[in-house]
Every structure is written in structure tokens, then in C-alpha cells.
Write a new protein. Sequence first.
Length: 179
Amino acid sequence: MLNDIQEVLYSEKDLQEMVDRVGAEITRDYEGKNLLLVSVLKGSVAFMADLMRAIKIPARIDFMSVSSYGSGTKTSGVVKIVKDLDLNLEGYDILIVEDILDSGKTLSYLMEILQARNPASIELCTLFDKPERRQVPVFPKYVGTVIPDAFIVGYGLDYAENYRNLPFVGILKPEVYGG
């Protein structure tokens, strides 16, 4: 598995510093609000677990699973809700927690669906932002870091459901995914 990594972009320490910074920003901005963190499975699970511990105010959590990639490296543009939220969103300040914001298609669709459920507010938090790949106007309020247009894996990010368990984030060698 490690032989498939071209370069380590972010170490465990780098990731923890990003999470701590974003957690402090969220703590400051959502003080006194009815915060609900919505994790988009599966990729955001590592980030969500660390982020919720870095937030120092009361917050509820829920999970949603959507599919738009399959086993490929590019979004299909078709979004399927695999697991919906368990909570009624009225009155909650929703913060969607995502691992990576790429084309924006999936998150744009997801935000539209959730907005229709009458939350008090809805914002987006992403660990990694690839703005040069954006195809629809989606603007995260919280960003761990902006990344280059490379295929990254680790810390929840996968290729064909593998590499999620790497404790760092690295660039996958193109020959692994046929790029």
C-alpha cells in the first residue's frame, strides 16, 4: 500500500493542526447556536471524528451517505442518497463536514436537499478544497487547506475503497488508477 504513494502531502501532525484550527473557528462562530454536524460518509469519517473532538461547544452529529463516484476517479454527476439523516433539521444550524470539495456537484445537490428541510442555517466545512476543479458554485465556510489537482488518498480518502486507513494524506501514483 505504501508503495502506491507518490508523495506524502500532509503528515499526521499537519492534519491535526488543520483540524484544531478549523475546530477553533467553528467553536467561535457557533457559540450559542444549535449546531448539527453532518458527516458525508465514508470519506469524511476520519475528519469528522477528529473535528468533533476539536469543537468545544455542544454539537449533535448525524451521518449521510451519498454516492456519485463508484470505483472511479471522476464524479458521475449522478447523486444517490444511500443513507439519509435521522433528525428533523428544523431549527438546527447545519454544518456539512466533507473530506474533499472537488467538482462541487455532489455537495451542491446535497446542500439543496438539506436547505429544503428548513434548517436555521447551512454551511460547508471541508478538509481539502480543489477550487480549480469546481464545476458548480459551491463555497465552503471552513477549509483545512487548498490542495493541488492531484489524486490524493489517506485519512478517509480512498481509491476504490482502499487507502482510507493511511494516517497521512498522499498523492496516489497515476499508474495505480490508470491516470
